[in-house]
Design a protein around this ligand. Sequence first.
Ligand SMILES: Cc1cc2nc3c(=O)[nH]c(=O)nc-3n(C[C@H](O)[C@H](O)[C@H](O)COP(=O)(O)OP(=O)(O)OC[C@H]3O[C@@H](n4cnc5c(N)ncnc54)[C@H](O)[C@@H]3O)c2cc1C
Ligand code: FES
Ligand code: FES
Length: 1383
Amino acid sequence: MMEEVAEIGKQQKNLVFAVNGQRFELSDSDVHLSTTLLEFLRSQTPFKSVKLGCGEGGCGACVVLLSKYDPVLDKVEDFTVSSCLTLLCSVNGCSITTAEGIGNSKDGFHPIQKRFAGFHASQCGFCTPGMCVSLFSALVNAEKKTNRPEPRPGFSKLTVSEAEKAISGNLCRCTGYRPIADVCKSFATDVDMEDLGFNSFWRKGETDQEKLSKLPLYNPNNNNARSRFPEFLNNKNKTGANLMSCQGHHWYSPASLEQLQRLLMQDQHGANYNGQTSVKIIVGNTGMGYYKELERYDKYIDLKYIPQLSIIRKDQTGVEIGAAVTISKAIEALKEENVVGFQFHQESKTVSGKIAAHMEKIASTFVRNSGSVGGNLMMAQRKNFPSDIATILLPVGTLMNIMTGQKLEKLSLEDFLERPPLDYRSVLLSIKIPCWESRQDISSENDTTNKLLFETYRAAPRPLGNALPYLNAAFLAEVCTDSEGVRLNKCQLAFGVYGTKRPIRAKKVEEFLIGKCLSVDVLYEATKLLGTIVTPEEGTSHPAYRKSLAIGFLFQFLSPLIYSPAEISGICVNSIMLKDSKIEPNCDQSGEIQLPTLLTSGKQVIQSSKEYHPVGEPITKAGATLQASGEAVYVDDIPSPRNCLHGAFIYSTEPLARVKGIKFKPNSSTVGVTALMTAKDIPGENLGSKSIFGEEPLYADEIAQCAGDRIAFVVADTQRNADLAANLAVVDYDKENLKPPILSVEEAVERCSFFELPPSLYPVQLGDFSKGMTAADHQIMSAQVQLGSQYYFYMETQTALAVPDEDNCMVVYSSNQFPEFAQDTIAKCLGVPGHNVRVISRRLGGGFGGKAIKAIPVATACAVAAHKLQRPVRIYMNRKTDMIMAGGRHPMKITYSVGFKSNGKITALKVDVLIDAGIYQDLSLVISSQILGTLKKYDWGALFFDVKVCKTNLPSRSAMRGPGDLQGSFIAEAIIEHVASALSVEVDSVRNINLHTYNTLNFFFQSSAGEPLEYTLPIIWDKLANSSRFYQRMEMLKEFNRCNIWWKRGISRVPIVHEVALRPAPGKVSILRDGSIVVEVGGIEIGQGLWTKVQQMTAYTLSLVKCGGAEELYEKVRVVQADTLSLIQGGLTAGSTTSQNNCEAVRLCCNVLVERLNSLKEKLLEQMESVEWETLIFQAYLNSVNLSATSYFVPDVSSTHYLNYGVAVEVNLVTGETTTLQTDILYDCGQSINPAVDLGQIEGGYVQGIGFFMLEEYPTNSDGLIIANGTWTYKIPTVDTIPKQFNVEILNNGHHKKRLLSSKGKFIIISSGEPPLLLAVSVHCATRAAIKEAKRQLLSWSGRQNESDSTFQLEVPAIMPVVKEHCGLHCVESFLQWTMARK
Ligand SMILES: Cc1cc2nc3c(=O)[nH]c(=O)nc-3n(C[C@H](O)[C@H](O)[C@H](O)COP(=O)(O)OP(=O)(O)OC[C@H]3O[C@@H](n4cnc5c(N)ncnc54)[C@H](O)[C@@H]3O)c2cc1C
Ligand code: FES
Ligand code: FES
C-alpha cells in the first residue's frame, strides 16, 4: 500500500501552467494548497483583470478561460471558470487566458474589447474584463462547431440566442446589460444589424454592409490560439496529475481508482493516521462558493484524473455519467442525439433533453464548466445542499455507484439521499440514468396510446439560472388513453428545495393517481393531498408560496391531460396549459426545448449636436478599451508596496451592547495577524466619517450601537489571513443596564429618537390642506405604505490603501466619492493637519452613493493602522462584510390622507414620512427634501408634508442613487393608484388629470419651474402615448387578459419631474509644453462618464482659440485622478450633477486660457499666416504666459426636468414570475454633453430601479443584522430580467433656450444619473395592474365577478412570492373548484 502511495508521490511535483502564454512553474514552497487561482493571479502576476466581485461564484468578475488538453480526445478544450473558486493546484498543465490575454493596449485590442467601447457597454468597467472573457469563450467554442455552416465573413458561428446567453452569469450594476447584449449579438452570424443598438461605429440609415465595414473586424483565426495553449504545455503535463506538499499539507491527483482507494485507506490505517487528518475530495471546488469553508485541509484529493470518474457511457440500458464529469459536459452528453451503434428511443431522448435543459439553469456557464455532477449530489447527500440535480434525477430511477473503502455499491438515488451523511472515505463513482424505452412495462389493451411524459420545473428569481429556486420539481408519468379519458399508469413526482433537507417523492399522491383516469376532481384531490406533503421546515422563508408552487407545477403537468386529451400526440404536450392562447408549445418537433431570445429588441433614439463639437456628440467613453482589457487600474490593482499589510473589520453582531473584549476562537490559528486596532489605537479623534450633518466614530468606543457597527480592525500579512482572523474573532458583549435597542421607526417614535431636521426642511405646506379636503368628493384617510432598503452592489467592494510618508504624512488611495471629507476625517483621526494627508481617487468600480460617506471609515481605518504600524495597510472588503456594514437605501414608512373629486382630480394630500436613518446622521437629513421634490410631480391641489428622521440601532443609511427621489416618486404613484382603485377607474386617467399645468407647476416648484416653454412634460406625455402605441396596446392587453387564464398583463405610463440642484466645483486645466493638456476636476469617475464629458468640454472650449480643431484637441486632453492636495474643495460626487458642475468649472478655466492665448495668437498672426496649436503653446512658454488656470464654479440656477415612460409587464400566476415585456422611455435631456453616456446612465439607472422595485430584498434578522449578505441571497437584475423590448429616446430639447451653451449663459444640461432610476416605478405599477386582473379573475371563480379587490398595496420589492400571494396562493385550487362547480 505504501508503495502505491509512493507511486503517486512519483508524480510531477511542480505546478506548471501558463497565463496568457507565459510559463509559470511553482514548487511546493511557492504556494499554499488552498490558494485560489484568483489570489495567485492578482497577487503574483501582472494580470489584474480578474476582479474579485463576490468570491462565491455568483458574479463573473473573476472569470478566466481555462484551456486544457484532453488526452482521450487528443484535443484542447477551452472553457470558462470562476477563478475565485478554482484552486491553483488544480490548474496544473492548463493554460489560462485573462482579459489581458485576449487583447491589450500593447499588442492590440481584440474586437470584443473594441466593440465593448464602441457600443458604450462599459461604464465603471469593473465587470467588463469578466464579460469579455465569457464572450470570448463563447466565440472560441462556437468556432469549433464543425457541424455548423461557415458564418458570413466578420461573424462567428455563434447564434444570437447563444450570444446573449454567453454573459447570463455575469453581473453588471451599471449598464443595464442592453449594450452588452448588443456587443455579444454583433458577433452572431444570424444577427439582424438593425437590431443592434446605438453605437459609435455607424450612423443611422447606413446599409448593413456599411455597418459591417465599420465594426472592428472579427476574424475567428485571430482568437489567440497559440497563447491560449502554448507549445510547452502541449509537450508536457498532459495528464495534469501532480502531487504537492506544503507545510504538512498534501495535494494528490490520483490517476486510478486503486490509487484513490489507497490514499483514503492510508488515512484509516496508515502510520500517519491520528484520527485528526482532514481530507478534502475535490473536483471543481465550486461547493466552496456555497459553504465558504475556511478550514485548511491536510490532504486534498483531486478526482479529475481518474478515468472511471470521467466516463460518459451511453448504451441501450441508459446513460452512465462519471461523478467527476462537469455539469456542462453532462448537459452536452444528454443533449447529444446520435450515439454510434444504436438509437435511443425518442422518449429517452426527451427525458435526457429535459434534464439537460434544466441543468442549463444551474448556476452559470462558468460554474457548470468546473462543477461536477458528483460534487452536486454529494453536497446534497452530505450537507442537504438545495440541489436541482438530485430532484430532477429522482423520478427517472437514477442509480448511484459508490465506493466505500474497497466496497463497491449500487443503490437508487432515493436510498443514497436517505442514508446518513456519507463520510469522506465514501466516493461517488458514477450515476446511471436508465433508458426509458426499456422500461415500458405498461400492460394496456391499447398500448399504442401509451405515452411517457416527463417535465422538470423550477421557480427562481432569474429565468436563466444563477439563482437557487424556491422549489424545484420533476415529474414522470406514463399515460394511456381509453374510452374514459387519460389514465395514469405510472407516476413519479419529485419535489425539492422548498425547505426540505432532501428532495422527496410525493408517494401518497403518486399512489392516489396511479390507475386513475384524470379528471378535474382527481386533480383537485391530488393537489389537496400534495398540500399535506410539501410542508416546508420551520424557519423557511415564504413557506405558503413554496407549497403553492408545488401544487401549481403538478397542475401544470397534469391539466393538459384533462383539458385536451386529443392533444396528447407527443410529449411536448406538457408545455401547454389549458388552451391558453398565449402559450405556444415551447419545443420543436424533435422535442428540444427552444428557449426564447432574451432581449427581442431595443431602440435608442438620440439627438446629437455638432454645434459645440465635440460637446453634444456621442463620443466613446474615455478608457473603455482599457477597462475591457483589464488594464484600467482600480485601487486594489495598485501593486502592494513593500511590507504591505491587509486589514479586515470586526463588526458587532449585536444591536446595542457593551464590548467587553475581543478574543479569537480557541484552538484557531490566526496565521499572519500583526495587530488588532480598536478605538484605543487612534492617535487623534475617534472619527470614522463626517458629513455636513454630523460625525460618526471609527470604532465603537465602549458600546456597539448596531449590528454591523465597526468594533475593531484586524491587520495581517494577507487579505485572506485578515479576513480569516476577523471571522474567528469572538466578541464578548454585555447588555447589562442598557436599554433595549430601537429596531424600527415605530419604536423610534415611541421613544422620541429622532435626528433634528434643519428648519428649512421642516415641514412643508403648499396650499390649504383642510380646504382641499373639504372640496373633495371622496377621502382616503391614514393609508400606509412601507419601503425597504437596497444595497448598492457596486461590483468593486470598499477598498483603500494607506501608505505612510515622511514627516507624519499619509497618502491614501481610496475608492471614494468624497475624498475631500476623507482627507479631513483622516487628518483629525491621526491628529495631524489636513495638508499631511493626500487622498487620491482615480476610478471606482461603481459607487451609487455607497462610496460617499461609507468609504471614509474604510480609508481612515487603513490610515490609522498604517500610522501606528508605520507600514502600508490596505483593505479589499469581502462582499459579506461590505453588505453587512453598508446600510444602504433608507427604509421608510409613509402615512397619507388624500381627498379627491369623483373624476379623479386630487384636491388635497397629507403625507407623513418616518425615515429610518439608522444610528448616525450620515446624509439622511437631505432625504426629506428629495422625497418632496419628486412627490410634487403631480398637482395635489394642496400638499402638507411632514417628515421624521428616526434614529435607530441599525447601520446608518447613506445616500443611494436617487436618494429619497426614488421613494418620493413611488409614494406619488402609490397614492394615484389608490385613488384610481377607490374610484374603479383607469389609473392612467387619474395620472392624466393630475398632471401639472404650468401654473400649478409654478406654484409647487416656484423658481425652479423655469419658463412656460420649458415645461415639456405634457408634450412628451402625449408623444409617448403615440410612439409607444399606448392606447392600442391597452386594448390589446385587455384582449390578452380575457383570453389567458394563467398569464395576465398590465401596462402603465408614469411621469417624472426631477429637480436638479447644482453644486460648486473646482477645476484646473494646464497646457504642457508639447501642447498636451491635463485636466483636474473635483469629481470622481465612477462610471458615469465624467472624464469623457470633461474631455469634450475642454476640447470644445480650447478650440475657440482656433488653432487646431476640437477633435485634435480632444486627443490631447488627459483627465487625471482626483488628488485632495492638488485640487481642494472637490466636494461630493453624487446627485447626478457632478459632470455638469465639473464641466462648467473646466469651461471657466478654459475661458481664461483662451483669453490668454488669443492675444498671443493675434500677435503671432502678425508674423505668420497661420498658427498651429503646438506653435502657439511653445510661444506661450517662451513668452511666460501662464498656461494653467484654476476655477471654482459656483452655481446660481437650479432646474427641473421631465421624463416620461411607459411599461408593459406580464405576470405568471402559477409562479408569480414577472417579465417586463416592453419599456419605452422618453427622456427630455435638455442639452446633453454626450448622449451616448447619458443613454447608458438612463438604461443602467432604470435597470437598477427594476432591482429595487422587483428583485432586491435586503432583509435582516431580528437584531438588525443583514442576512442577505452575498450573491446567493441578494439578486440584482441580470441580462434575463431586463425589459424584452427596451426603447429609449433622448430629446435634446430646444425649449431649454436659456440653458444652452452661449456666450452669456452657462451650459446646463439635464442630469441622467439618477432620475432614470425613478422610472422603474412603472414596472411596479404595471405589475400591480396585471395582479388586479388576476384578482378580478379569482373573484369571478367564486361567483363575485362584480366585486373588485383593487385597493391592495403591492409591496416593494414585488418578488415572486409577493406577486403570487396577491394573485392568490390557492388560485389553482380555486380554478379547479370553479371548474368542478360548472360541470
Ligand atoms: C454560484 C453557484 C450557483 C449554484 N447554483 C446551483 C443551482 O441553482 N442548483 C444546483 O443544483 N446547484 C447549484 N450550484 C451547485 C453546483 O452545482 C455545485 O457547486 C457543483 O456541482 C459541485 O461540484 P464540484 O465539482 O465543484 O464539487 P466540489 O466543490 O469539488 O465538491 C463538493 C463536495 O462534494 C465532495 N465530493 C465531490 N465529488 C465527490 C465524489 N465523487 N465523491 C465523494 N465526494 C465528492 C467534496 O468533498 C465536497 O465536499 C451552484 C454553485 C455555485 C458556485
Ligand atoms: S468573484 Fe468569482 S464569481 Fe464573483
Ligand atoms: S460597468 Fe458593469 S459593473 Fe460597472
